[in-house]
Design a protein around this ligand. Structure first.
Ligand code: ME8
Length: 530
């Protein structure tokens, strides 16, 4: 088993409509984790993509007068573009209408069938197209799905998966791997569903209808062309399709599904936890395929306190937010980095959060512009102006040594938070370190040292902070990749020395190391009054 392979996936998004902030959020969180693991030295694979089958997508296509495939091509391209805009480092982008995926989903079906987990019967019950989910009578709230989606009564011939046979096995899984579902608070919800309430109720898990006949936009059931596979069975298979399944000898599947200890990790919104924490492991157990390591369910964004919904007309478009940021003078990359930073910093991952531009501005100005940005600007300008752009490294005072010790501990502290998916806390560690640097600068007042010709002392302060900035910028890369890279470019740090393992004294900026001319890295978000 290798500790150094890491596979992380975002959900594949429905193409029934264009991407919004919620999709951006999940994808950015996966990207930050992927980049962080790479910095740690892991071999990482990050997958995202689009979920293109099912009744919801078919209906949307028809209502726009398009064929489903045309419609999918168009909207899927928008998700792909957004991934590029947000500077996602995904290694693959899977579409469920691709042949590689259809082949994989059908093979998964065949295996389940061969092993006796599938049978044919009649489905009679409620279905919510918006959720692409079946609901029991007992789950309805005022005649609607618990999510608020409209439900329709369905009666049709259907294949079923023997989910009921997996009740005990799933419970055993959650017990054996207590952090299979994260955050821990979300596990109760899953347990309650699988147990059938608080206490164990044998047979509480009903068999799952896994094929439909009343529409045709889906992966055909092998050997039964009049049925298409239930969109969730089809969709969940994407995680292995992208690794080469059904070829279980594919190097990708070997490396990123089998030979990995901390992964696979599926990051999802809390709305689709049940599918990932119950159905998916049950399908995999049934097919005797290894299970993922973790399902992390994050919270829900609201817009200025209101649920984001198309009918309320308050859907937040990431492109509009980036444009808003550019109106402050941010360039494209700075806008993207600010957006990434705010989403992960503002709300603990797992909690719900409220999106507000006011909070956005306050957060960025306080932490990035004033704290880190000012520190870099004032110190690097002094280095550049006073020493011919060179670091003059002299023996350190004790308090300078203390600060550098903190700098070298940063990767361990941040890793500890990242291992818990505590993105906000990981950032907090970095921001706190920058605060300590600012305090050091304010106490030492290198500008006074300069005035008083105490150059040795001044250089001590400047080199300490330049080195601190090197460590800070390396650690900050996953969150704000472009701005951090610019800071490292200013500091003239070699491209191949930007991993966490270089955050130590052996790679310190040495005397004579020349930096580049400082430029403003973090523009303030304020309306300019001229
Ligand atoms: O569920 N806040 O796709 P989907 C935070 N195709 N995250 C949000 C959000 C919000 N307001 N709205 C959406 C599907 N999301 C399936 C997935 S996976 C095999 C198949 C995010 O387009 C969040 O990650 O409805 C949620 O789980 C996902 O978008 C749902 O995207």
């Amino acid at each position: 088993m290798s500790y150094k392979n890491f596979y992380i996936t975002s959900p594949i998004y429905y193409v029934n409509d264009v991407p919004h902030i919620g999709h951006a959020y999940t994808s950015i969180s996966c990207d930050v984790m992927a980049r962080f693991k790479r910095l740690e030295g892991f071999d990482v694979r990050f997958l995202t993509g689009t979920d293109e089958h099912g009744q919801k997508v078919e209906k949307s296509a028809i209502s726009r007068g398009k064929t489903p495939q045309q419609f999918c091509d168009e909207i899927s391209a928008k998700f792909r573009e957004l991934a590029q805009t947000l500077n996602l480092s995904n290694d693959d982008f899977i579409r469920t209408t691709e042949e590689r995926h259809k082949k994989s989903a059908q093979e998964l079906w065949r295996i389940l069938e061969k092993k006796g987990w599938i049978y044919k019967s009649v489905y009679e019950g409620w279905y919510a197209v918006r959720d692409e989910a079946f609901y029991g009578e007992d789950e309805l709230v005022n005649g609607k799905a618990p999510t608020g989606a409209d439900v329709e009564w369905h009666k049709e011939e259907s294949y079923f998966f023997k989910l009921s046979a997996f009740q005990d096995k799933l419970l055993a899984l959650y017990e054996a791997v207590p952090d299979f579902v994260q955050p821990a608070s979300k596990l109760n919800e899953v347990l309650s569903f699988v147990r059938g309430g608080k206490d164990y109720v044998k047979g509480a898990l009903r068999d799952l209808s896994i094929s439909r006949t009343s529409f045709g936009w889906g992966v055909k059931v092998p050997g039964e062309e009049s049925h298409v596979m239930y969109v969730w069975l089809d969709a969940l298979a994407n995680y292995i399709s992208a690794l080469g399944f059904p070829n279980t000898q594919d190097p990708l599947i070997q490396k990123f599904w089998c030979d990995t200890t901390d992964s696979p990790v599926h990051v999802v919104g809390k709305d689709i936890l049940r599918f990932h924490a119950v159905y998916w492991p049950a399908f995999l157990m049934a097919a005797q395929i290894p299970l993922p390591n973790k399902v992390f369910a994050h919270g829900w964004w609201t817009n200025e306190g209101q649920k984001i919904s198309k009918s309320l007309g308050n859907v937040i478009d990431p492109h509009a937010e980036l444009e808003w940021l550019r109106s402050f003078g941010c360039d494209e990359s700075q806008a993207v980095d600010y957006f990434r930073y705010f989403l992960l910093r503002e709300v603990p991952f797992g909690n719900d959060g409220d999106y507000s531009r006011k909070n956005f501005t306050t957060r960025i100005n306080a932490e990035l512009a004033n704290n880190i940005g000012n520190l870099a600007q004032r110190i690097l300008s002094m280095v550049y102006k006073n020493n011919d752009g060179k670091i003059v490294n002299i023996s350190y005072y004790d308090d300078a040594k203390e600060l550098l010790e903190k700098a070298y501990k940063l990767p361990a502290e941040v890793t500890c938070e990242m291992n818990k998916f505590a993105f906000d806390e990981a950032i907090e560690k970095i921001v706190n370190f920058a605060r300590a640097c600012n305090l050091f600068v304010d106490q030492k007042a290198p500008w006074t040292m300069k005035k008083e010709h105490r150059y040795e002392e001044m250089n001590m302060v400047l080199s300490t902070i330049a080195e601190s900035l090197r460590c800070l910028a390396i650690t900050l890369q996953p969150f704000v990749p472009t701005i951090s890279a610019r800071m490292l470019d200013l500091l003239n740090v070699e491209k191949n020395q930007r991993d966490l393992k270089f955050v130590n004294g052996d790679f310190t900026l040495r005397s004579g190391h020349k930096i580049n001319e400082p430029k403003g890295l973090f523009p303030r978000l304020e309306t300019k009054t001229t």
